[in-house]
Write a protein that binds this ligand. Structure first.
Ligand code: IMP
Length: 206
């Protein structure tokens, strides 16, 4: 897919914007990038607004955010979107994961609604999906990470955020909220998607 913007060539140093306001995420990803890529956050480029997520797919939202950023600020950039997809709920809450129980965004209310919707449902299969859209060199590249697992009957654990207390990844007997963050960060949907992005960047910008 094509996207507008200034081409970046190998061996040049470059600034790359990550569509996030979260400096911790920036630091984490920056530490994994080659020295010639400087990662910038939205505040770093003077963007204080929330970029709209108005599409009905994770990929659509990631592309929308990245292309809006490129259009308005002119930087090569990437954006991510994540959702929890439950098989018995036909993929819900999916792209609506953040606001499943309505406004304002509330993790505890989302979990409560999910467990209510799944009462009496034996099939607990679910997955987290992260999609990243990268606008670079006049192209949009998509990177996806998926972790399969199941929804527990009750919330367990105190770590993490969002649906972590009710998501037990396949092969583990603990929820994401019971596993140390270091373990979650090795196996999560986000880790897988970012791993693919980083491999691409390391290969294409050296
Ligand atoms: P975002 O696209 O990263 O903002 O994620 C959207 C929503 O998905 C969040 O508000 C959370 O409810 C949920 N979510 C995303 N990632 C995770 C995760 O790693 N654990 C639990 N919930 C998550």
């Amino acid at each position: 897919m094509r996207c507008p913007g200034t081409p970046i060539h190998k061996k040049e140093s470059m600034e790359l914007v990550f569509a996030t306001h979260n400096q911790n995420k920036i630091k984490e990803i920056q530490s994994l990038l080659p020295n010639n890529i400087q990662l910038l956050s939205l505040p770093d480029i003077g963007c204080t607004e929330e970029i709209p997520e108005t599409k009905n797919t994770l990929k659509g939202n990631a592309i929308l955010k990245a292309t809006q950023l490129l259009k308005h600020y002119g930087y090569p950039c990437f954006a991510d979107d994540t959702g929890l997809e439950v098989v018995a709920l036909h993929g819900a809450p999916g792209v609506f994961s953040a606001r499943y129980a309505g406004e304002p965004k509330d993790d505890a209310a989302n979990i409560q609604k999910l467990l209510y919707e799944m009462e009496q449902i034996a099939d607990r299969r679910a997955q987290f999906t992260t999609v990243i859209a990268l606008c670079l060199n006049n192209e949009i590249k998509i990177f996806k990470g998926v972790v399969k697992g199941e929804i527990t009957e009750n919330p367990r654990g105190v770590y993490g955020f969002g649906y972590d207390p009710v998501f037990q990844p396949a092969g583990y007997r603990k929820t994401f909220a019971e596993l140390p963050l270091a373990t979650k960060n090795k196996i999560s949907h986000r880790a897988l998607a970012f791993g693919k992005l980083l491999a691409y960047l390391q290969y294409s910008i050296r």
